[in-house]
Design a protein around this ligand. Sequence first.
Ligand code: BG6
Ligand code: MG
Length: 210
Amino acid sequence: DATAVIFDLDGVLVDTAVFHYQAWKRLAKQFDFDFTEAENEQLKGVSRVDSLNLILKWANKEVPAEEKEQLAALKNTWYLELVENMQDGDVLPGTIDLLTYLKATDKKIALGSASKNAVRILEKTGILRYFDAIIDGNAVKNSKPDPEVFLKAATSVGVEPAACVVLEDAQAGIEAAKAAKMQVIAVDKSHVLTNYDARVDDLSEILISE
Ligand code: BG6
Ligand code: MG
């Protein structure tokens, strides 16, 4: 039977959390808020607009809707400047071996990410060609922990949810995968996540423990 692996992007395939952190920190400075790494942790898997709303809340700052759009756009410009420096092969450990193995064994490969920059990042790092389907922040109405992104990914590759394995580094993503009735492997070196079916430090551990 057909099986599929659905990958989250940021923190699973690519090490972009640090770019998100730098860009949000630079934005927060504009309104004198010292955005911390611990706060950044809480934004993993959270959409751009929801992330901004949380930062504004933590900073006790109220801004009109138009200004919010400008702030989110500014953060994204700075984020993309950092993404533009990424090179072919700038992926997390085990990524290429796992994608190659899944292709060779005829598994479907899908992306299920909250990011609206997903295609650009896959292109920059040279792994776009492995994907049979890409469901990203442009394709969904409801953010994780809603299961929409993973259910759409399963439909796109024609695989039943029960035959899909999700790889996630964010709690919101794990809840989304569970809500979609899929198996989920947490990519969680620091042992901070819960409610998964299996846990690895990084993707290089998956083939070993297949
Ligand atoms: C998620 C990241 O994958 O994508 C979040 O973990 C990020 O930190 C979200 O906010 C949206 O990304 P983007 O690229 O659309 O701003
Ligand atoms: Mg992630």
